[in-house]
Design a protein around this ligand. Structure first.
Ligand SMILES: C[S@@+](CC[C@H](N)C(=O)[O-])C[C@H]1O[C@@H](n2cnc3c(N)ncnc32)[C@H](O)[C@@H]1O
Length: 266
C-alpha cells in the first residue's frame, strides 16, 4: 500500500532540497575542501572494474530464489512482508549503485584506513567500502544472523578479506566494534533509522574521531524523526561541515574551517 503522507512529505522535501542545492558542477561552492568533495566524491561518474564486479554480483543475487526473514532489529522496513526473496531485500534496503559509488569514492578521498559500518545486511555497501580501500580495516555490525551469514559468504566469494562482521544488537556490539579500531576515519550509519538510537550511536562514535573523520548517515529523510535527528547532528558543536545530499547526510569535523552547511545536488 502506498503511504500517501510519507510520499507527500518526501516530495515537498525534495523540492526544497532541489531549490537550495548547489549545481552539479560544484559551481557556487567557495570552500576548496567542499569543492573537491563535490567534484571528486559527489559528481564523479567513473565506474572501475571493481565496481563492475560488485554490480555483477548484485545482479546474480537479485536472481536468487533464497528467502530472507524480516530483521527484528531497527526501525523496521516499510515493506509489509515477514519474509521475502533476497532480491527484494537488496532492492529495498541495500545501497543503490549510485550511493555505493559515493561511499567508494568517499573512502578513497579520505584515504580511510579504519572504517565502521552500522548495518551490514547482506553486505553490498561493505563490499564497496572494502574495494575502495583494500588495505583498510573494516568493522561492520549486523543484528540479524541470517543476513550476517550471507554477508560473510559474499565477502569470501568476492575475496573481501579486510572485513570483520560483528553480530548482535548495535547497543551491545558498537562498543566492541569501536574497541577493534584504533580510530575512526569513516563511519557509515545505515541501521536503526530512529532518532534516539541514531543520536546515541553518533555520540558514542564521537569519542573516536580525528580532524579528517567523516560520518555518513543514510536515509536522513526516511521519516520526520530521522530528519530531526539529522538536523541535531548537523548543528552539533563538534561538527564543522554538514552536507545534505537529500537521502544521505555527511558530516566532517575539520577544525581549520568555520562551521558551514551545504546542500549539494546529487
Ligand atoms: C538498511 S540495512 C543495511 C544495508 C547495507 N548497509 C547495504 O547498503 O547493503 C539495515 C540493517 O541494519 C540492521 N539493524 C538495524 N538496527 C539494528 C540494531 N539495532 N542492531 C543491529 N542491527 C541492526 C538490520 O538488520 C539491517 O540488516
Amino acid at each position: 500500500m502506498i503511504d500517501v503522507t510519507n510520499s507527500v512529505r518526501l516530495a515537498q522535501g525534495f523540492m526544497a532540497y532541489k531549490m537550495s542545492s548547489k549545481s552539479s558542477a560544484g559551481h557556487g561552492i567557495h570552500s576548496p575542501l567542499i569543492y573537491s568533495f563535490a567534484r571528486e566524491v559527489v559528481h564523479k561518474k567513473e565506474r572501475d572494474s571493481y565496481i563492475n564486479e560488485i554490480e555483477w554480483y548484485r545482479d546474480w543475487q537479485l536472481q536468487s530464489p533464497l528467502i530472507i526473514k524480516k530483521s527484528r532489529h531497527g526501525a523496521g522496513s516499510k515493506l509489509p512482508y515477514n519474509e521475502m526473496p533476497i532480491g527484494k531485500l537488496i532492492r529495498s534496503s541495500s545501497v543503490s549503485p549510485k550511493h555505493g559509488g559515493f561511499l567508494y569514492r568517499l573512502a578513497k578521498w579520505l584515504n580511510a584506513k579504519y572504517i565502521l559500518e552500522l548495518g551490514t545486511s547482506v553486505g553490498i555497501s561493505t563490499m564497496y567500502l572494502s574495494g575502495a580501500q583494500p588495505h583498510a580495516k573494516i568493522v561492520s555490525l549486523e543484528g540479524d544472523c541470517q543476513r550476517a551469514l550471507l554477508a560473510k559468504h559474499s565477502f569470501d566469494y568476492m575475496q573481501c578479506d579486510n572485513i570483520e562482521v560483528i553480530e548482535g544488537d548495535f547497543d551491545v556490539t558498537l562498543p566492541t566494534g569501536l574497541d577493534r579500531l584504533p580510530t575512526l576515519d569513516m563511519v557509515f550509519f545505515d541501521g536503526n533509522h530512529s532518532a534516539e538510537p541514531t543520536l546515541r550511536y553518533f555520540k558514542q562514535c564521537l569519542g573516536h574521531i580525528h580532524n579528517n573523520t567523516a560520518f555518513v548517515f543514510d536515509d536522513i529523510r526516511w521519516s520526520n524523526e530521522m530528519y530531526r535527528a539529522w538536523q541535531v547532528i548537523a548543528q552539533h558543536s563538534s561538527v564543522t561541515v554538514s552536507i545534505d545530499l537529500f537521502s544521505l547526510g555527511v558530516v566532517l569535523f575539520r577544525k581549520d574551517i568555520p562551521k558551514q552547511h551545504f546542500v549539494i545536488n546529487f
